[in-house]
Design a protein around this ligand. Structure first.
Ligand SMILES: [Fe+2]
Ligand SMILES: [Fe+2]
Length: 181
């Protein structure tokens, strides 16, 4: 009998970022963590009855999705296209992002006007489920099988993600200094 091998429990982090102590993640792992986070927030959103809490969570979801789609389009997809030659998969993903962004705009506009956006959130949930499934089951395995340095790419994505988060939070507090809706 072979000795115990901890399959499926391997540590996917390789090192820590100098100065910050943050773990450097494999790029596909970092993106998958974003997916799980947004899925979990969308799930929580369904059961929230407090309208203020719900509005704040929806804002958080929209911002996370804007940042996530931007880092994928700016950094991850070009690298995936070059490293795997999967032009079709990348183009499909970009087209799906356009739909997601359209839904985010609609949700933000409705929120600003105090309108209910349950229907748009449901469409967003379905659209994301399809998109995430394609990324995780088709694109990411191809990227993992390529020569791309996934940890270097993960570090680039993490840096850009924090920059964008800071920018967007600053914009939000400029346009909305009270922090409310
Ligand atoms: Fe993604
Ligand atoms: Fe995506």
């Amino acid at each position: 009998m072979p000795t115990h091998t901890p399959r499926g429990t391997q540590d996917t982090s390789r090192a820590t970022s100098p100065g910050t102590g943050d773990k450097v993640l494999d790029a596909t792992d970092l993106l998958q963590r974003d997916h799980r986070q947004v899925e979990s927030w969308l799930h929580t959103c369904e059961s929230l009855s407090d309208q203020q809490q719900k509005a704040e969570l929806i804002q958080k979801i929209c911002m996370a999705l804007k940042v996530h789609t931007q880092i994928e389009e700016e950094i991850f997809y070009p690298r995936a296209r070059a490293g795997t030659g999967e032009e079709g998969l990348v183009q499909d993903a970009i087209n799906e992002h356009a739909e997601v962004k359209q839904l985010i705009n609609e949700i933000e506009q409705r929120q600003a006007q105090g309108q209910d956006c349950a229907e748009q959130l449901e469409v967003l949930r379905q659209s994301l489920a399809h998109h995430i499934q394609e990324e995780e089951n088709e694109m990411f395995p191809k990227v993992r099988n390529s020569d791309i340095d996934l940890f270097a790419l993960g570090s680039e994505l993490a840096t850009r993600r924090s920059e964008l988060m800071q920018q967007m939070s600053a914009q939000k507090s400029q346009t909305n200094p009270g922090g409310g809706l």
